[in-house]
Each structure stands twice: as structure tokens, then as C-alpha cells.
Write a protein of this length. Sequence first.
Length: 310
Amino acid sequence: DTNLPAEAETELRSFIAKRLTKGALFEGMGSVATVGLSIPESKVGCYYCRFQQESLLEMATLESDINPSEYVICFLGGSEKEDTFRLELDKYIQNLKINLDLEQKNLETYVSPYLRSWFEDAICPIQRVVQLFQDKLASLLHAALSYTPVEVKNADERTEKDISRFLAAASLQGLVQEGTMTSLCIAMTEEQHKSIVIDCSRPQPQLHNAGSNRFCEDWMQTFVNGAEGGNPFLFRQILENFKLKAIQDINNLKRFIRQAEMNHYALFKCYLFLKNCGSGDILLKIVKVEHAEMPEARNVVTVLEEFMRE
């Protein structure tokens, strides 16, 4: 199912066939490459992913004479920037795989429309959330960094999914230790009064129990400034830079804490860093969880908490 001219489609099939021959397509894990095609753009970014139909795969394990159907799905965009959304596109394919049942001949009714809306559904959610929340985006960034539970009310299905995808993309999942993340999620869920409620019954969402800090406010401004261009890939890059800066700040704080275990001046440096970084409230929570089993570091964190309260 494609809207490519016949010649360009043949070239794309040839490109994929070469990749298949080399064994360069992994099941369920997409890749992104630049492909030369006979179309006005000549070179385009191509995300491609191989997958097996799950229901047939289960049957194949039971009956050895059945070969599971295999597919390669390609999405073409303007450049290789799709690579920044590779995980989202992998998930998009995974959702198709779960719902795909060719026995019901649902190619026209479900599969084709699903594949045609890949850009809207997998690439644009971050952009839509930025445009929807505007200056309230800072609270959403704060919730993502601090693993605060978020409850969405009175929203249509797409908006609810967009918010959920934005929070997942903005969180430090996979960048901080898994144990830390789990402990933070438990700690924040236990503080039920701190759950954020987003009410989407009005044109602009209303947020209740929302938190924020200077760090998130500054990054919100970067997002809002980028909204004028309306480029979803730019928003994704800003989000990656936001997370990178948060991780750098966490690592700097950890280094200062190690020094502060033996040096009172370093303890003061820790305090100044927390005060000036704009995200001291969240960083302190993260290092507190990470250093819970280390007595000396834990003592430093306790002193810092007292300083910050005062």
C-alpha cells in the first residue's frame, strides 16, 4: 500500500531486498537510512522494520509446517530525522502487530488507514502537546522529570495519548538507573496529594496540584519559541537536549556529593549548585533515592535538604 510512483517503488523494493539479503533487518527493531529514489526530492529518509504476524507465529510454533507471514514496513520522510523518533515508530509497528489479523481481510479497513496516519500519530504528538499547553508546558516537564503521577480528565482519546507519549518521551527512563526510577515512582505515587490532574474540558488545559521550577520554565520558553516554525523534529531535538541537560546536572551533583563526604567547602559548593541550577527540588529527590544505601552520601543529602528548606 503506497502512494509512490511505480519506478520509485521498484527502487525502494530493491533497496529493501539488498538489506534483507545482507541480514540487516531485525525483527521488531527498525532502522533509518537515506534512499535515492526517482522522485522530485531524489533522496529521502526511510524508516524500515521487519515483523512477523503474531497470531501466525504462535500457530507456527505449534504446527511446524506453517511458515509465519513476514512483512517489511517502510515510512518515507524528508530526511534521516526520523531516526530521532525510531523508538516511537518501533512501538507504532508493535501496535499494528498486536492488532493485525489478516484472516478478517481488514487490510483496507484497518491496516492501510493505520499505516497512512504514521506521521500524525507517531511523529506529531510532541508538537501538538507544545501547541496545546503553551506556557503551562513547564508543569508537564516538571511532572516528567520528577515521575509525578498524572491524571487526564475530559480529554479525547488522541489528546490523552499525546500527553502520555509526551511524558514518556520527556522522562529520564533509560537514562537513570532502573532501581532509582522505580523508587522515585513509588515515592511519588505514595504522595497521592501531589498527583497532577489535567482537565481538558476547556480549549487550554487546566492543571491542578501542578509543580514547576526555573529549569522547566526556561525550557518551556525554548519550546514555545520553537513553535513558530512548527517542525516536529525540532521539538524532539529540544526534548532530547532538555533531558541531556538534566542528566548532566544530576551527574555534577553526584560528583559534588562525593567530594562533600570529605570536604566541607565541597558541601557548600553542592548547596550553591542546587540553588542556582533551577531544578534543585527534583535533583535532590533523585540523588536521595540513589544514595539511600550509602550512609556518608546520605548524610550529605540530609544536610543539603535542611539547607534548601531554610
